[in-house]
Design a binder for this molecule. Structure first.
Ligand code: SF4
Length: 308
């Protein structure tokens, strides 16, 4: 542990100060408890990618209660995964998680793999999720870089107000340089930097006075200059195809069998937009046609008769 937080004779490192802060201030989130399985950590990482913690906690608990292992989920239909996903948003994640569970069963005997390249080869598991599972489930040393981490590193090290919209290889390198050599200490530091970005070094109102790296933060030292470009506006939801897709999916989720298109027509008045949203759900593998006039969630029952 001394390697993590430095010792009394030396100046603590960046990772050491953030890790010490994390041990005192981290939120008590259920997937951070030591008994959490790698599968449960993987599920949490997928759910958290585009959904706030407060909405993920109950959904994650219900999901793990129903499907405590990859094999349990793989034995259900993708339609059930979509139903269980409920209103978490971006429901394609449910289908990908189901595909991921099937792949874990087929390729790894039902055990979430611990090697990075095997994790990266799983459906729906990208750069971030693979490294998060390797670090948080298996205690390995990998840079785990999400939006929050990129922002902290960008501000504290590079002195810039915000990172770009996507993770670049340079972000992984910059974050890795901050991690201690010892794997468990590096995994702790990764979780700590992420937490700092989520609750202290936030995008809009960083609380520098409460930050453990305030004294060395480059952005703070330069007077917190504002970003040069225009500020990003929050995405609109009302009236978008996303809203229409959500309404259509809501009807299909509640149904116990194929839904005639006349029923789906009732959810949105604009025929063109509704048709586009429905086609998008089919293209994304969430919904499938049944004959020529009905639709259902993907895999919800015996194979659908082919239209035509
Ligand atoms: S001092 Fe402020 S800007 Fe710098 S890392 Fe901490 S919260 Fe972020």
């Amino acid at each position: 542990m001394r390697d993590i937080i430095g010792d009394a004779m030396t100046e603590p490192t960046f990772a050491g100060r953030v890790s010490r802060w994390y041990e005192q201030h981290a939120r008590d989130l259920p997937w951070r408890r030591p008994e959490t399985s790698p599968w449960a950590i993987l599920v949490s990482e997928v759910m958290l990618q585009q959904t706030p913690v407060v909405r993920v906690v109950p959904a994650w608990q219900a999901w793990l209660e129903r499907w405590p292992t990859p094999a349990a989920l793989a034995g259900s239909s993708p339609a059930e995964a979509i139903r269980m996903w409920g209103r978490l948003g971006y429901p394609r994640r449910a289908v990908r998680l189901h595909e991921c569970a099937v792949a874990i069963v087929e390729r790894h005997g039902g055990v979430v793999p611990d090697r990075l390249e095997q994790l990266l080869a799983l459906p729906g598991v990208g750069t971030y999720t693979a490294r998060a599972v390797a670090a948080f489930a298996y205690g390995q040393r990998h840079p785990v870089v999400d939006t929050n981490v990129r922002r902290v590193v960008c501000r504290a090290v590079a002195g810039e107000p915000d990172a770009g919209p996507t993770t670049r290889p340079a972000d992984l390198v910059a974050t890795e340089e901050l991690l201690p050599a010892e794997p468990a200490a590096a995994a702790l530091a990764s979780a700590a930097i992420m937490e700092l970005g989520a609750v202290v070094c936030t995008a809009r109102s960083p609380r520098c006075e409460a930050c453990p790296v305030e004294s060395t933060c480059a952005w703070r030292a330069s007077g917190r200059p504002a970003p040069a470009g225009p500020t990003r506006r929050p995405q609109r939801y009302a009236g978008t195809d996303r809203q229409v897709r959500g309404l259509l999916l809501g009807v299909l989720r509640e149904a116990t069998g194929p839904v005639p298109h006349q029923r789906l027509d009732q959810v949105w008045a604009d025929d063109v937009q509704r048709a586009r949203a429905l086609a998008g759900l089919v293209d994304d593998g969430l919904v499938e046609p049944v004959g020529e006039t009905s639709f259902r969630l993907i895999g919800d029952g015996p194979p659908a008769p082919v239209a035509g």
